[in-house]
Design a protein around this ligand. Structure first.
Ligand code: NAP
Length: 345
């Protein structure tokens, strides 16, 4: 097949980053069309890369231009649903950054649109499934290395966050990645969520509950504890330890040279989240391009996975307010997505 002609909707930080990787790092794709609510920002992104993509006034015009074989939705969250539905309506495969939509109903409308066409169009940007360390964990768990998983302990820590970061964003922006990757890792479904607030860090602004502990329980009885601590000061730190009947397995730390200096022996930590999964972003977008070129549809995280993440995040946010254990009810998984949990990346 010729190069996959890709249209990009939203040229903010991650949009420009994906444009750069498609142009400079990956193979099989070319950016032919770009749009953003700020047309000058779209033009600037195209000029910075020195590519010949056309600028369109909005998502619908870009999708209907006849210039694109697939679409990348990298605008801000509330705009995702409309662009994704328009792409499906036009029969175009679409990679959508998380969240798939900002409400469970919005995600469900996208699931329904795919089910109505009996075809997958959507891949959601849950890049951790493409991270080497998480893949090693999954391979070991699927191979029975630790026996049946019983518990997972994990942590998502940022050195600091912007003043605009709010307590619910700890779930919808931060934990959302754990929500997706953990259910994929153990092949189980969430049943309930409960959020607790330990003693508040003096480094967190007044409006922000930080740290938080989230407890998720699965249908199979696995209990997950996830610490979210977004003013931890010391670095960007992702931890995941799965405890099974026969042993435990832990996500490897990012490797960095061991040093000895000034009476200290140690390893440097990453400070910026952008660096932690930089390779995984390359692999996920390459996977999208390859599968669309080969099969006409993506194979990665599905619209149903986007729906699961949103329903689970909603339960966590409810629990932030109620302090209670909140039920997670997904309804019946459509046939279109059945059996995909193990096959997909
Ligand atoms: P950002 O820098 O604010 O970029 C969003 C861009 O979309 C901005 O240029 C914004 O324009 C534009 N935009 C807003 N509404 C639009 C619309 N209706 N149509 C077209 N463009 C529109 O944010 P970001 O960090 O790139 O994040 C974008 C999305 O990616 C978010 O959903 C975020 O959660 C997700 N994300 C995922 C990861 C990951 O690890 N997978 C990492 C980062 C971000 P204005 O600036 O003019 O409003």
């Amino acid at each position: 097949m010729e190069l996959l002609r890709i249209g990009v909707i939203g040229t903010g930080a991650i949009g420009r980053d994906h444009m750069r990787r498609i142009t400079n790092n990956l193979s099989g794709g070319v950016i032919t069309a770009v749009t953003d609510v700020n047309t000058e920002a779209a033009r600037g992104a195209v000029e910075a890369l020195g590519i010949g993509a056309n600028i369109y006034p909005d998502d619908v015009t870009l999708i209907g231009s006849g210039e694109v074989d697939a679409v990348l939705v990298t605008s801000w969250g509330p705009a995702h649903q409309k662009s994704v539905l328009a792409a499906i309506e036009a029969g175009l495969p679409v990679f959508c950054e998380k969240p798939l939509a900002t409400t469970a109903e919005g995600c469900k409308s996208i699931v329904d649109a795919e089910v109505a066409r009996d075809k997958r169009f959507v891949q959601v940007g849950f890049m951790r499934r493409y991270d080497k360390g998480y893949r090693q964990l999954k391979e070991a768990i699927d191979g029975g290395f630790i026996g049946e998983p019983l518990m997972i302990h994990c942590a998502h820590r940022n050195a600091s966050v912007a003043d605009s970061y709010t307590t619910d964003m700890a779930i919808t922006d931060t934990l959302i990645h754990e929500i997706d990757v953990l259910q994929w890792l153990i092949g189980d479904e969430y049943r309930s969520a409960q959020v607790s607030f330990p003693k508040k860090s003096r480094n967190a602004l007044g409006h922000l509950g930080d740290p938080q502990i989230v407890m998720l329980e699965t249908a199979g009885g696995v209990i997950i504890t996830a610490e979210i601590f977004v003013n931890c000061k010391f670095g960007y730190d992702i931890q995941c330890e799965v405890v099974g009947e026969e042993g435990l397995i832990r996500l490897p730390d990012v490797s960095s040279p061991a040093f000895r200096k000034g009476g200290v022996a140690g390893n440097a930590l990453l400070m910026d989240w952008k660096d932690r999964f930089i390779d995984a972003y390359d692999v996920e977008i390459q996977d999208f391009i390859d599968n669309v070129r080969k099969n006409g549809m993506p194979q990665g995280p599905t619209a149903w996975d986007g729906f699961i993440a949103q329903v689970t995040a909603d339960a966590c946010v409810r629990s932030q307010q109620s302090g209670e254990r909140e039920a997670i009810e997904l309804g019946v998984k459509p046939e279109l997505y059945s059996g995909m949990m193990q096959r997909q990346v």
